[in-house]
Design a binder for this molecule. Structure first.
Ligand SMILES: Nc1ncnc2c1ncn2[C@@H]1O[C@H](COP(=O)(O)OP(=O)(O)OP(=O)(O)O)[C@@H](O)[C@H]1O
Ligand SMILES: [Mg+2]
Length: 483
């Protein structure tokens, strides 16, 4: 039997050499070229069993070649590699029928195993899914770190499968944005995307919110109301903060997922559920299961494809891209154009970003509005970040967020230990500890509302005057006029 032939197209000679040698050692025959025209001629001549192609080549874009290859040689498997690894490249490569997509620099071993797998399975018929309308090719997700590229690949693979996804990540890492991308590039993109936040709805209303209610089902139910499951019919239902779902609602949801139908509150007719579920949480659900707060069976129903969004401090290389992206966004919204100098970029990369991408966004908007200079320097960044959390080197080992109660316990224990044999007993532990909690609580809520005290008071559930007094007493700096 003749060994399979791999056709390699890449305008970078060193990559061609590396691939030719590695594939040759693994027993493949290799032909390589630096342009798309030669590759196309080979394909037309019926040569090769597998193609490895770069995206940007001098004469043609490798992605544009894929549909043509699939048309005349549906048996020929295509692997795409690209240094331009954005969400769009990953999605396009997959939707046009590439077998696999590898961001550069790739791992040679991984490439060889992809080639082996591709040749082992019979060629798939073209996915046939229409491409997403990407009129302006605006990228919904910014970042080129290896961690984000892994996310793009997962999103791309999921464009052709309607699987349930569980997104886990700290607050502000982009969970909702990823959920939207999954919908916007997925099979159900023509249907609705409906989001429901489990943490924001009073527990006694969750079931009626999800499944709707009949007229007269409970006091105050004066009309029949559609639940989110029905609103999302044919589309995607995003269950945000699923870790905060009360136990009764968990049981109900599990039953719906198992049976594929539900009844509204007070209703009898079962209604077929036709939604794709995407769930998200910042909580450690395994831990919640151990503590009896989350149903294990529901977890396994939802955790079909897990996506872990890494905190920003684990993808420092994305920070400058994100910062510039948000400055441009602020400019598009009518704020003055600003640029960051090198010192500012370094300063941003050193910071730990406990609020993740959302915190970058808020800071950039604040700077766009307030910084008097056109170029933002390290000093302006430093001034804005003084009040902020510990620097990267002092950040706790990134093993997921520490539960608040544990952090508080640790601090109080240290505090008591420090005073234990010091002679004078402290007299204000209560106020000190409360202030420690109150200060960041209020400061970060204000940051999240961009300084809007009315909104912050509403979110905190505090009276406006109480909030104002606390801001004064705790000496919290207020940045106004950003709404
Ligand atoms: N990779 C990214 N590229 C561009 N913008 C991003 C990215 N990640 C997050 N954002 C932006 O950051 C903000 C926070 O993102 P999002 O609301 O998706 O986070 P989240 O993980 O759902 O947070 P939370 O747990 O607080 O709900 C949004 O304005 C979002 O548009
Ligand atoms: Mg969210």
């Amino acid at each position: 039997m003749t060994p399979p032939t791999v056709l390699v197209a890449d305008d970078d000679r060193s990559i061609r050499t590396v691939l030719t040698q590695a594939l040759g050692r693994s027993g493949y025959q290799v032909r390589s070229t630096g342009n798309a025209a030669t590759l196309w001629r080979w394909v037309e001549d019926g040569e090769g069993d597998l193609v490895i192609t770069d995206v940007v080549m001098p004469d043609e874009n490798g992605l544009d070649l894929i549909p043509r290859i699939r048309k005349i040689r549906p048996d020929l498997r295509v692997v795409v590699m690209s240094a331009q690894s954005t969400l769009m490249t990953a999605v396009k490569a997959t939707q046009r029928g590439a077998f696999e997509y590898l961001p550069k620099p790739f791992d040679l071993q991984e490439l060889l195993s992809v080639v082996g797998r591709a040749l082992a399975v019979p060629a798939q018929p073209s996915a046939g899914a229409p491409e997403p309308r990407d009129a302006d090719e605006r990228l919904p997700l910014i970042g080129r770190s290896p961690a984000m590229q892994e996310i793009y690949r997962t999103i791309a693979r999921l464009t052709t499968a309607d699987l349930t996804v569980m997104i886990n990540g700290e607050s502000g890492t982009g969970k909702e944005l990823v959920a939207r991308a999954l919908h916007d590039y997925g099979k159900r993109r023509a249907g609705p995307f409906v989001a429901i936040n489990m943490a924001a709805i009073p527990r006694e209303l969750i079931e009626s919110e999800l499944f709707g209610h009949e007229r007269g089902a409970f006091t105050g139910a004066t009309t029949r109301s559609l639940g989110r499951f029905e609103q999302a019919n044919g589309g995607t239902l995003f269950l945000d903060e699923i870790g905060d779902m009360p136990p009764e609602a968990q049981t109900r949801l599990l039953r719906v997922l198992q049976e594929g139908e539900f009844t509204s509150v007070g209703g009898r007719q079962p209604i077929k559920a036709n939604v794709r579920i995407i769930a998200a949480t910042h909580r450690d659900l395994r831990n919640a299961i151990r503590q009896g707060q989350f149903r294990e069976d529901l977890y396994y129903r939802l955790n079909v494809v897990p996506i872990r969004l890494p905190p920003l401090r684990e993808r420092v290389e994305d920070i400058p891209l994100l910062a510039r992206h948000f400055l441009e966004g602020a400019h598009d919204d009518g704020l003055p154009a600003k640029t960051l100098d090198q010192g500012a970029v370094e300063q941003l990369k050193r910071y730990a970003w406990p609020g993740n991408v959302r915190e970058v966004e808020n800071l950039m908007r604040r700077l766009a509005a307030l910084c008097p200079h056109e170029t933002i320097g390290a000093e302006q960044i430093a001034a804005e970040l003084v009040e902020a959390a510990p620097a990267l080197s002092e950040a706790p080992a990134a093993a997921g967020p520490e539960p608040l109660v544990r952090a508080v316990e640790r601090h109080i224990r240290d505090f008591l230990a420090a005073h234990h044999d010091g002679g004078v007993a402290p007299s204000d532990i209560y106020d000190r500890v409360i202030a420690e909690v109150e200060r960041p609580l209020i400061r970060l809520t204000l940051a999240a509302t961009r300084g809007n005290q009315i909104k912050a008071a509403a979110m905190l559930g505090l009276n406006r005057n109480t909030l104002r007094k606390k801001i004064r007493d705790l000496d919290i700096p207020v940045v106004r006029g950003l709404m």
